[in-house]
Design a binder for this molecule. Structure first.
Ligand code: NDP
Length: 334
């Protein structure tokens, strides 16, 4: 089968289209005939080696973090899925495999995709949708009436996070350039700051919670706009020791490394009397089912920037790496 293979660490040349053997469904796994797969920044960060300590991939391996398709076969012990089911999944972080015509995925990571969606739309949801759900529902515990700030609202995660925060009843403020403003407003953002013009710390204040999707200086500015005692969850900053231990299962030496690397950031959060926490999303078929339900109820819709055929995946990555996508970039295999 045709697959996009990660051959080593480096630039775009470190991933290439290859003919590789079709996988078979092992115990507990379903074999999915993949019709679409979503691209995510973590895919090129993986290629660059930026997350190698966390994901520890064994190369060469088929890249790709999320997919949608049809169950073609089930392995021994599979109970929840049958041949012919239309499914989507955020695949295993270490073994990956979504950028291919077939993928074997453990059934615990799989959910039935919403009937109303195309495969391309469904493939755009798992990684960004689970991230937004786990951050807003589990970490920030967003409730009706809360004032929530989300930086970077126009991207893959932001477009879903705005909709989910609104679903949980929050008043949502986000940042976007003029290129993304109409989109984030159409998704429900109550207020939008043009980050290319305004400094959030001067124009915003009094938030109950924040989700940082940008990192760097934006994250440090975000500490200044929260009420004392509130929490900032970042997916783009630096993992702090608690996350390293709990979510990444990092060994002691790596936890110490993250402790040191996040020292300054945690200090700045303390100065502003806010709590800082990094989130590393986890694949979950159960959470994906919750997202599918929200789609079916009309509370969440995928936002596609563009689609490319698998043969043109290098072009899709070149577009993603510009960092300007509005919603998600997806490759299709049909
Ligand atoms: P995208 O590539 O989809 O984000 C691109 C969007 O961000 C564009 O619309 C761009 O619009 C906007 N943007 C760029 N710079 C800024 C800025 N300074 N302020 C506000 N908006 C900006 O990324 P994702 O949404 O998929 O991911 C966001 C980050 O989160 C990435 O670093 C990713 O690796 C990380 N991530 C981490 C996860 C975790 O588990 N820890 C999970 C998922 C993602 P424009 O140029 O018009 O402003």
């Amino acid at each position: 089968m045709l697959a996009y293979v990660l051959t080593g660490y480096g630039g775009p040349e470190a991933m290439e289209l290859q003919d590789v053997p079709k996988p078979i469904a092992g115990p507990g796994e379903v074999l999915v005939k993949v019709f679409a797969a979503g691209l995510n920044p973590v895919d090129y960060k993986q290629r660059e080696g930026a997350v190698r300590l966390i994901t520890r991939p064994r190369m060469p391996l088929v890249a790709g973090s999320e997919l949608a398709g049809i169950v073609e076969a089930v392995g021994p012990g599979v109970r929840r899925f049958a041949t012919g089911d239309r499914v989507f999944a955020r695949v295993d972080k270490a073994s990956l495999g979504a950028f291919a015509e077939h993928a074997a995925v453990h059934e615990d990571l799989v959910a039935l995709m919403p009937r109303s969606l195309s495969y391309a739309e469904a493939a755009s949801l798992p990684l960004a949708g689970l991230t937004a759900l786990q951050a807003l529902r589990d970490e920030l515990k967003v409730k009706p009436g809360m004032k929530v700030f989300i930086s970077g609202g126009a991207g893959g995660v932001g477009t879903l996070a705005i909709q989910l925060a609104k679903h949980f009843g929050a008043e949502v403020t986000t940042t976007a350039s003029p290129r993304g403003e109409a989109l984030v407003r159409s998704l429900g953002a109550d207020a939008v700051v043009d980050y290319t013009k305004d400094d959030i710390a001067t124009v915003l204040s009094g938030f109950d919670a924040a989700l940082d999707l940008v990192g760097g200086e934006t994250l440090e500015q975000t500490f200044k706009i929260l009420k004392p005692g509130s929490t900032v969850v970042s997916i783009a900053g630096m993992p702090e020791p608690q996350t390293a231990l709990k979510d990444l299962g990092a060994p002691a030496w790596l936890t110490v490394l993250f402790w040191a690397a996040s020292f300054g950031l945690r200090g700045r959060a303390r100065e502003e009397k806010v709590k800082y926490r990094y989130l590393f999303m986890h694949p979950s078929g159960e959470d994906l089912t919750a997202l599918a339900r929200l789609v079916t109820e009309g509370r969440l819709k995928p936002v596609l920037d563009s689609t490319y055929p698998l043969e043109k995946i290098a072009d899709a990555f070149a577009a993603l790496e510009q960092g300007r996508a509005k919603g998600k970039i997806v490759v299709t295999m049909d």
